[in-house]
Design a protein around this ligand. Structure first.
Ligand code: FES
Length: 106
């Protein structure tokens, strides 16, 4: 299957500690800039339904706004309860100054 890259936003339009959200089909993906790297994770918490892009982001972690579980933005790892399942992550790259993420709808 060919790789499927989706544009997110210009790399220089990202603010610290704030996600850009992309919706591809049914899937919401939050993209964060940490220093000069970009990371894409599911925008939906793995505990119940809450949007992580509406949560608090600091020091490479995103805190769920509903029950305050934290996830590592770089790896998607669930760092504390009540979330026990890691977030899906997606590769990113920069093409002509635009951040892209890889997502194959299947
Ligand atoms: S919905 Fe995210 S921690 Fe409960």
């Amino acid at each position: 299957m060919p790789e499927s890259w989706h544009p997110v936003a210009p790399a220089d339009s990202f603010e610290d500690d704030a996600a850009k959200v992309v919706q591809i089909g049914e899937t919401r993906i939050a993209v964060f800039r940490l220093e000069n790297d970009f990371f894409a994770v599911s925008d939906v918490c793995t505990h119940e339904y809450a949007l992580l892009s509406e949560g608090f982001c600091e020091n490479g972690k995103i805190e769920c706004p509903l029950h305050q579980a934290c996830f590592d933005i770089r790896t998607g790892k669930a760092l504390d309860e009540p979330a026990e399942v890691d977030l899906p992550t997606y590769p990113t790259r920069i093409e002509n100054g635009v951040v892209q993420l890889q997502f194959d709808a299947g």
